[in-house]
Design a binder for this molecule. Structure first.
Ligand SMILES: Cc1cc2nc3c(=O)[nH]c(=O)nc-3n(C[C@H](O)[C@H](O)[C@H](O)COP(=O)(O)O)c2cc1C
Length: 301
């Protein structure tokens, strides 16, 4: 009932651990894989080790999270061992990469492709670093130049372009990525925001601004997935604020083939994958759907 195919890769269910939530550590990623996720995404890695920002980097507020972790990452050279350990994963492993310019993306893509992940996600949408990586995801031309350069390096490995909801016209970016060789789209990354502690009259996060995730951004995700689905033929990992089966089904009806879960793990732990799957199944039985594939984009009909 829940099995599907995403960019040619078989998934036992459509739920995917979102990038950045459990780092690049194999043990944590395997925990998500063994807790029922249909696939797991590693945290984005770049060319060199990055420390990330000072604390506080994550704030929990009433409708979601605000984070500016600042892409702390070991750099691709330091995670060889994690890839070895991840060979034990019972589900596909998606590597995620970032860079400050096209040549950095190419350098990382080349090294990561040798590790043969099931797919490579290209993060052209991070709002929280000084590198302004998000610019790639806000401009069709520069986004496409990253995607075509990375695609040349990774060859047959499916490439997922991860987009930002902050692009003025996300369908244009998705179309440009598809034309540049992307095999799939992931939408959305976090939405830029800020919170102020009014007693301290200071921003809550050390980096001041951050990315909003969790329930607050679900309607933004639904709109972006809707627009992308109408613009491209390649499949979409929809994510943004999914915490139960109904949320997942909503994103699928907007056009997602697979469903990413990030902040849901902060609130519910890795048990969220099994819970979302069970709730999806219950809803499908009650509404006479036999396969999750039937749900993709049906709100457009
Ligand atoms: C603490 C944190 C770190 C994140 N790190 C990354 C990252 O390294 N790469 C990336 O593409 N997205 C990253 N994201 C974005 C998530 O993958 C996801 O797109 C976003 O949180 C929306 O989904 P959600 O509402 O289910 O959390 C991060 C999100 C959070 C909360």
């Amino acid at each position: 009932m829940l099995s599907t195919v995403f960019a040619g890769i078989e998934l036992k269910n459509p739920t995917v651990l979102a990038s950045g939530i459990l780092g690049t550590n194999a043990e944590l990623l395997l925990r998500a894989a063994n807790s029922g996720a249909g696939a797991v995404t590693m945290k984005s890695v770049g060319p060199k080790e990055r420390q990330g920002h000072n604390n506080p980097t994550v704030a929990v507020w009433e409708h979601g999270l605000l984070n500016a972790v600042g892409l702390p990452s070991p750099g691709y050279k330091e995670i060889e061992e994690e890839f070895e350990l991840l060979k034990k994963s019972p589900v596909p492993v998606i590597a995620s990469i970032y860079g400050a310019n096209v040549s950095e993306f190419v350098e990382v893509a080349k090294a990561i492709a040798e590790k043969k992940p099931a797919m490579v996600e290209v993060n052209i949408s991070c709002p929280n670093s000084e590198m302004h990586g998000q610019l790639f995801g806000c401009h069709a031309d520069s986004g496409a130049s990253v995607i075509s350069a990375v695609k040349k390096e990774i060859g047959e490995i499916p490439l997922i372009a991860k987009l930002t909801p902050q692009a003025l016209n996300i369908s244009e970016i998705a179309k440009a990525c598809e034309a540049a060789g992307a095999d799939a789209i992931c939408a959305i990354n976090t939405v830029q925001g800020m919170l102020i502690n009014i007693e301290a009259h200071k921003p809550v996060l050390h980096f001041k601004k951050g990315g909003i995730s969790g329930p607050a951004i679900r309607p933004i995700a639904v709109r972006c997935i809707w627009d992308i689905f109408e613009a491209v033929k390649i499949p979409i990992i929809g994510l943004g604020g999914v915490s139960n089966g109904r949320d997942a089904i909503e994103l699928m009806q907007a056009g997602a083939t697979a469903i990413g879960i990030g902040s849901g793990i902060y609130y519910q732990g890795t048990g969220v994958f099994k819970k979302v799957c069970e709730e999806m199944q219950e809803w499908m039985k009650a509404n006479s759907y036999k396969s999750v594939k039937e749900l993709v984009g049906i709100a457009h009909e």
